[in-house]
Design a protein around this ligand. Structure first.
Ligand code: SF4
Length: 469
């Protein structure tokens, strides 16, 4: 029920020039702003006097970091935090991040957004060398490699640099050692990572909305292949890996990121609104109202409405109190959940021809239920417009899409999908329109692999979320 794409993870880090009384509280605020990127588990590691303390658990930030927990944690000079949805490894407390390890030369805490494409191969090599793994997450592979390289080199940044040359795939990382805070982004820049500041703090976050929320001013995005290091109140930056084909995940704009975030020069709300405008030009329809499926269809619906001059209206009331997706095991319970989560506004939809905008179709089951509920509420026609091209393939870089054979657009024509979901007409955003909308970004190329089966880098033969199990 309500099977949507899962966000990958959100990361947040802070380095403060003077010890801060509310360091943990600030990280909690930053992580709450990133909660949409992962609702399964969360954690914070704090560096106080070169010792690393941490707390992590399964649950939302507000559930895990209660007032009591916040009060018991030390307040240091730097901290990193994480919200998680598992794309590699299962949803267990052990897999929650930050990963904190003690090694021969000190401590290390790591938070990771993304998915390595060579994790399996690296894990096998490490195990052959005697490494023992306690989690099923690819982030533990990163920790092992950093530690192994640290034992061969003179500093943690040399070790991280070497690690960046070994690991492949998607990684936006924050790494905290006893004296340093480091931020790195893979050479394709698959996942976002930005940096900002306040008078006394330097702040890193997956999305700029977390900088806004913590009172930091956005400075810039971390460049693909770049490492930023902060130590002794000094910040320096180094381009570690040469320029390669870029690959920021275009789905960050379509679905994952918050509309108030700007990633690599392109605001998410503007992107979605433009997607709606393009859809209105590409697939006009004679209708009475335009509506969006909450939440990520709303910005595109506004764009469609502005372009087509068909009034925008609200057709669903969404329950604010169902945060997490959960499985209901009987048809009656499933029906109840639909009504609870998205209840149609009968007064608005009755006898209306509706253009309904959604961000994507995975299996089509959710949209089928949504259209049925609109028709049951009296809608005359429901014309569906999808603000993304059809999903035809899987993601290797941290998005839990579904198995290829489960993707409705992989084995059905648009007309067949329309019939299955019960819409009066159906159109997807074209790849050309997607190209047009992304042209104002700082990034010259995006990853669109799940829409084209062409990925920016070599991909493994198979993808299995729980392949480490
Ligand atoms: S394959 Fe799709 S979801 Fe994965 S990174 Fe590329 S665009 Fe994003």
């Amino acid at each position: 029920m309500f099977k949507k794409l899962k966000e990958e993870c959100g990361i947040f880090g802070i380095y403060t020039k003077e010890e801060k009384e509310d360091l943990v509280g600030t990280v909690c605020v930053g992580l709450t702003a990133l909660q949409h990127r992962g609702e399964e588990s969360c954690g914070i590691a704090i560096n106080e006097d070169r010792n690393i303390y941490f707390h992590k658990d399964v649950g939302l930030v507000t559930d895990v970091f209660t007032k009591h927990v916040q009060e018991t944690l030390p307040q240091g000079k730097m901290a990193i935090g994480h919200v998680r949805y598992s794309t590699t490894g299962t949803s267990r407390k052990e897999n929650a991040q930050p990963m904190v390890v003690k090694h021969k030369k000190g401590y290390l805490a790591v938070v990771h957004n993304g998915n390595l494409t060579n994790a399996e191969e690296l894990k096998r090599q490490l195990e052959d060398e005697g490494a023992i793994f306690t989690t099923t997450s690819d982030t533990e592979v990163i920790c092992h490699i950093i530690v192994r390289e640290r034992l061969k080199t003179g500093s943690i940044e040399e070790a991280v640099k070497n690690t960046m040359k070994i690991i492949k795939g998607a990684y936006s990382l924050l790494i905290m050692s006893p004296q340093k805070l480091m931020a790195v982004r893979d050479p394709q820049g698959f996942r976002p990572l930005c940096i900002g500041h306040t008078e006394k703090d330097i702040v890193f976050a997956s999305e700029s909305c977390a900088l806004d929320t913590t009172g930091a001013t956005f400075d810039r995005d971390i460049e693909p292949g770049e490492m930023v290091i902060i130590t002794n109140n000094e910040m320096k930056s180094e381009k570690i890996l040469p320029d390669e084909k870029k690959g920021l995940c275009v789905f960050e704009y379509i679905y994952f990121a918050r509309p108030d975030s700007t990633i690599d020069g392109l605001n998410v709300h503007i992107f979605r609104e433009n997607a709606g405008r393009c859809l209105a030009k590409q697939a006009p329809v004679d209708a009475d109202i335009v509506a969006g499926v909450p939440d990520s269809g709303i910005d595109a619906a506004l764009g469609y409405s502005k372009q087509s001059k068909i009034p925008y209206d609200v057709v669903f009331i969404k329950s604010k109190y169902i945060g997490r997706t959960f499985i209901q095991n009987t048809q009656t319970k499933r029906k109840r959940l639909v009504a609870l989560k998205l209840n149609p506004l009968k007064q608005t939809v009755k006898d209306k021809k509706i253009v309904l905008i959604d961000d994507s179709i995975v299996r089509g089951t959710t949209l089928t239920k949504i259209i049925t509920s609109l028709k049951d509420a009296g809608a005359k026609e429901v014309h569906v417009r999808i603000a993304a091209p059809p999903f035809i393939d899987v993601c290797y870089f941290g998005t839990d899409i579904d198995k290829k054979e489960n993707l409705i657009a992989n084995n059905k024509t648009v007309e067949e999908i329309r019939e299955i979901i019960g819409a009066d007409s159906l159109e997807f955003l074209s790849l050309d329109s997607l190209e047009e909308i992304t042209k104002d970004s700082h990034i010259p190329e995006f990853c669109k692999g799940c829409f084209t089966s062409k990925y920016p880098i070599e991909v493994p033969d198979s993808i299995d979320k729980n392949r480490f199990e």
